[in-house]
Design a protein around this ligand. Structure first.
Ligand code: ARG
Length: 459
């Protein structure tokens, strides 16, 4: 038989696999990314088999040396993957047997590719969660540093994208810090459900051979074992959960990008993205476009797609393993690559952004952004809030008609709307006073923001 027909599972087959089928079913093009984890898992499995006297010590040594040599070759790009090898497990096992002979054929004892792939995916996901957490931490540190540096700068806060109330620039920055902090917590939490050792489930029903699952778990630093062999080989919740957490993280990045895109327009003019993080137009010489931010916004949709792909793949699967599960990999890899590169470029872009603080301050002062402060001033004088809301609303209408702002009004003007006004109103209607008054936990007063920064730094 020609080489490509020698399948490791070929015993019961009379016909060779059609080339079309070989190409269609192979996952080698993408799952070769898992080689390190596949080898790490196989080494732990071989150690356990030897400890349990299921294979001999010399066989264990041959297997481990063979696997390490294969790993080095793959790393150096010297390993030849043959298209007939269905997946990374087959490619490595076949190469091992070619090198060390009989002992290589014992590695798969008490194991199936079904529990093997679950292990590989868990090892890979663990490492990637760690990497993404590191990137999120860097972004959070950049945000915190910037919030400290910009303390005192006032900007307009928006609801419905209409100017609402003045806030500190640092408060706006730290709002994103809180989002990414939750993302970090979600990543840590998802990690717990990834960190479960599936080997021993074999195809679906476990094995009759005297394996030691805890020993394997110890070697691979898993604190828990999968408790049900059927669940162990069919479960991809941990991938779906990771993709969900990544989707939320991208959504946060995307919303941040949206603010930066809007704020960098001539109309807002609050933000200047560095030249090195923008691109020009091929026809309009004056243009400077926020393409990085736009692409991150778009890639968010792509990561949602990865999550939706996986959930859709999973929804109709009968117990237990089905080949459908092979399609979990590309969405996972794509999401990880997309999120990691987005975090790296976004953090670098943020570090070079400049804020046009004068423009922000004047933006904060216009648009009657202290109307609520005047209403609250009346509340302190005993006016029910609904009534004070109406009074200030009429003052706003008057100002719009007369083309005035609150600071243009005299006490006589105020008295026309309510006879309880006094000079105290002039103590509440400026932007600075409005911000300073909000000292509650979670408020935007400099005092409150400083407190939060201290808390964060003290953690
Ligand atoms: N390449 C397969 C996957 O990714 C490995 C498991 C194959 N198992 C099987 N029974 N065909 O899911």
């Amino acid at each position: 038989m020609a080489d490509r027909q020698k399948k490791l599972w070929g015993g019961r087959f009379h016909q060779q696999t059609d080339l079309l089928v070989e190409g269609f079913t192979s996952s080698l093009d993408f799952d070769r990314r898992l080689y390190k984890y596949d080898i790490e898992g196989s080494i732990a499995h071989a150690r356990m088999l030897a400890k349990q006297k299921i294979i001999k010590k010399v066989e264990e040594r041959a297997i481990i040396a063979g696997l390490k040599a294969i790993e080095a070759e793959i790393e150096e790009g010297k390993f030849v993957f043959s298209p007939g090898d269905e997946d990374i497990h087959m490619a490595i096992e076949k190469a091992l047997t070619e090198r060390i002979g009989e002992a290589g054929r014992k590695l798969h004892t008490a194991r199936s590719r079904n529990d093997q792939i679950s292990l590989d995916m868990r090892l890979y996901t663990r490492a990637e969660i760690d990497r993404i957490i590191e990137l999120v931490r860097k972004l959070k540190a950049a945000l915190l540093g910037r919030a400290k540096k910009e303390l005192g700068v006032v900007m307009p806060g928006y609801t419905h994208l209409q100017k609402a109330q003045p806030v500190l620039l640092s408060h706006w920055l730290l709002a994103f810090w809180e989002m990414f902090d939750r993302d970090e917590q979600r990543l840590e939490d998802a990690y717990k459900r990834v960190n479960v050792m599936p080997l021993g489930a074999a195809a679906l029903a476990g094995t009759g051979l005297p394996i030691d699952r805890w020993y394997v778990a110890g070697l691979l630093h898993f604190p828990r074992l999968a408790e049900n062999s059927m669940d162990a080989v069919s479960d991809r919740d941990f991938v779906a959960e990771f993709l969900f957490v990544l989707s939320v993280l991208m959504m946060h990045l995307s919303r941040f990008c949206e603010d930066l895109i809007i704020f960098s327009t001539d109309e807002f003019g609050y933000v200047e993205i560095a030249d090195s993080f923008t691109t020009g137009s091929s026809i309009m010489p004056q243009k400077k476009n926020p393409d990085v931010a736009e692409l991150i916004r778009a890639k968010t949709g792509r990561v949602y797609g990865d999550l939706l792909s996986l959930l859709t793949i999973l929804k109709g699967l009968p117990m237990t393993y089905n080949r459908d599960l092979q399609e979990d990999k590309e969405p996972l890899f794509d999401a990880v690559d997309t999120v990691a590169s987005s975090l790296v470029v976004f953090t670098a872009m943020l570090e070079k952004i400049s804020f046009k603080t004068e423009r922000m301050a004047s933006g904060a002062a216009s648009g009657f952004s202290t109307a609520t402060d005047i209403a609250e001033y009346l509340v302190r004088k005993g006016v029910p809030f609904r009534e004070s809301h109406g009074i200030v609303g009429r003052i706003v209408a008057f100002c719009i008609k007369e083309k005035k702002s609150f600071t243009d009004l005299t006490l006589e003007d105020f008295l026309k709307f309510y006879n309880g006004f006094d000079d105290g109103v002039f103590q509440v209607l400026t932007v600075e006073q409005s911000v300073q008054a909000r000292t509650q936990i979670g408020g935007t007063a400099e005092e409150a923001v400083r407190r939060r920064i201290k808390e964060i730094e003290g953690r």
